[in-house]
Design a protein around this ligand. Sequence first.
Ligand SMILES: [Zn+2]
Ligand SMILES: [Zn+2]
Length: 323
Amino acid sequence: MSPQPVHPTSACARGWRKVVTLLKQWWDTDHEADALVTAREDRFDLRRSIPYIFLHLGCLLVLWVGWSPVAVGVAVFLYAVRMFAVTAFYHRYFSHRAFRTSRFMQFVFAVLGNTSMQRGPLWWAATHRHHHQHSDEEEDKHSPVQSGFWWAHFGWLTSASNFPTDYSKINDLTKFPELMFLNRRCMVVPLVYGAFLWAIGASLAQWAPSLGVNGAQLFVWGFFVSTVVLLHGTLLVNSLAHTFGKRRFDTGDDSRNSLFIALVTLGEGWHNNHHRYAGSARQGFYWWEIDVSYYLLRVLAWMGLIWDLRPVPQRVYEEVKAR
Ligand SMILES: [Zn+2]
Ligand SMILES: [Zn+2]
């Protein structure tokens, strides 16, 4: 049998295939994800940065659309709502199961968290569980101790090696097809969210012109500006909360407690507390440690929308007293 002729693949064809693969992965994050795992490379990847570059450049459009109290107010409000969705649900619920809720509520907050452009809830939870298993060790995907501040803050997010979802870490969540959908099609919700903001702004321009807001302006402030500030606020927990602040517990990593980060992130700044006992619904372990997400969770619990908030065990408080 004669050998098959080998057709050399041109650089152009290889480049085109890479573009097509990239586009398919934006539509379906599981597309050829295994290939990325085997080609593990912990390095900044410009192609994976495109959505984030797009987000940051979009903020410059404020020079074109201007501002209005309504647009800025909506951006601040959406920052707070979505920070709560990320910290209370992506983090405390999906990653740590710190309380229980209905399937409907978990979907609602998964959608809200998805608008933050921080990927789907399953990728977020799997990545975060990995962080707790290997905090500040060599395997940690975003340790400032191992890889420096900027890698921990942003570089890791662009690395091809961190793109696939490690489903083996989230067996408890993969049984929900609606969460799987959000995870694989994680660009759908942000697109709908942006279009919704534009439509609301355009409606206000028509029906309440005295507000001085329009579709483009609400889109730029609510989508670009609010989402970029939200992204960096969240990323501070990976970078700054492992380098800046005080340590109450000897957790074996470099996690720290910081009021500043707690205020920016609605409570996630008590990161050393959190690394000591990650299963608790509260991260401010004492009344003076401001934890807005926990206060809001208490309100949701009072309304009957969530339940079984896991407390900080007494033995953890005893450790502090024993010093
Ligand atoms: Zn941490
Ligand atoms: Zn955590």
